[in-house]
Ligand binder design. Structure first.
Ligand code: ASP
Length: 322
């Protein structure tokens, strides 16, 4: 039998609804009731590592989590890992782990949209499906995977798309890479490459701002005054911003602060298509760094990781085209 670590970090999957309909953390993790079913799939060991709502998660807690997983792999000779997590920031933890864990052992992140005592609670099912994926030989070497609602997604492409629906996790543009059925775990896509940055700390301050019609430069100047090390801009469409923010972006780049561009659209990539002031072409000319389909929250984590390795904007650009 495969040896699988189930490590809990909290989230709705570990919470309960009270008589007034408020959902809150539990002292005893309700997922303990699934242990019997899990033991038919794998030899499972449990680590009650954290019990946090995921809006309380931070990049430094994610780094600590990666360190804990490395220690457990070394001590316990694991075949796979399942991390339970709140769904709000699940994609960020999954993506950062995917960037820094450079091994082939399956790491599956799961959560739930309904707390443990709500009708139709999805936590136990998601946990069981995740252990099945973690124990699957086919999950090896695919990086960190997100398993909910019987779908397997890559950490890079998955995002939370609905505030409450259990089918919330989707991979826009690409779709899931596999499914979990009663018969087994089936992968139907393969990752073309992995993007690893095995950093052990994240010390840089990176902000994320979304563009909107009529945005002026006051917000960028206010953020720049807080001594940031990098800025991610969620631009319109193919990668265009209001002309009013161009001077502030130029000033940041002149101070050697990288400005990284993502699109606020769900699908597609940013490109230097438009030549009007604020268009992608003019952003490229002033030295803005273009990404390759990452969303804003993930580009921010990648920039934090990349800045631990280099401050050279042309190297950062190359790393963001991957
Ligand atoms: N707010 C909760 C959290 O992220 C939502 C969830 O777990 O699904 O912890």
């Amino acid at each position: 039998m495969k040896k699988i670590l189930v490590l809990h970090t909290g989230g709705t999957i570990a919470m309960q609804e009270n008589e007034h309909g408020a959902v809150q953390p539990n002292v005893i993790n309700p997922l303990y009731s699934t242990i019997e079913s899990l033991s038919t799939i794998a030899s499972v060991i449990v680590d009650d590592y954290l019990n946090l709502p995921s809006p309380h998660m931070t990049p430094s807690l994610m780094i600590d989590l990666a360190r804990r997983l490395k220690e457990r792999v070394k001590e316990d000779q694991l075949d796979g890992i399942v991390v339970t997590h709140g769904t709000d920031t699940l994609e960020e933890t999954a993506y950062l782990l995917d960037l820094i864990l450079d091994w082939d052992i399956p790491v599956i992140i799961t959560g739930a949209m309904r707390s443990s005592n709500e009708l139709g609670a999805d936590g136990p099912h998601n946990l069981i499906a995740s252990v099945r994926v973690a124990a699957s030989d086919d999950a090896k070497g695919k990086g960190v995977l997100v398993v909910l609602n019987d779908e397997i997604h890559t950490a890079k492409n998955v995002t939370k798309t609905h505030s409450s629906n259990i089918a919330t996790f989707q991979s826009p543009q690409y779709g899931p890479i596999g499914i979990v059925t009663k018969r087994g775990v089936f992968f139907h896509h393969t990752l073309s490459k992995r993007d690893c940055h095995p950093v052990t700390q994240l010390t840089k301050k990176v902000a994320l701002l979304k563009t909107y019609a009529g945005m002026d430069d006051t917000i960028i100047e206010a953020v720049a005054a807080t001594h940031i090390d990098g800025l991610v801009i969620e631009a319109f469409g193919q990668g265009n911003v209001p002309p009013t923010i161009m001077p502030a972006l130029k000033t940041l780049i002149a101070r050697n602060i990288p400005v990284v561009l993502v699109s606020r659209c769900f699908n597609g990539v940013v490109q230097d298509t438009y030549a009007y002031e604020g268009g992608g072409r003019t952003l490229k000319e002033i030295g803005v760094i273009f990404t390759n389909g990452l969303n804003g929250q993930k580009a921010r984590l990648k920039l934090m990781a990349v800045l631990e390795q280099s401050a050279d904007h042309s190297i950062i650009q190359e790393l963001f085209y991957k």
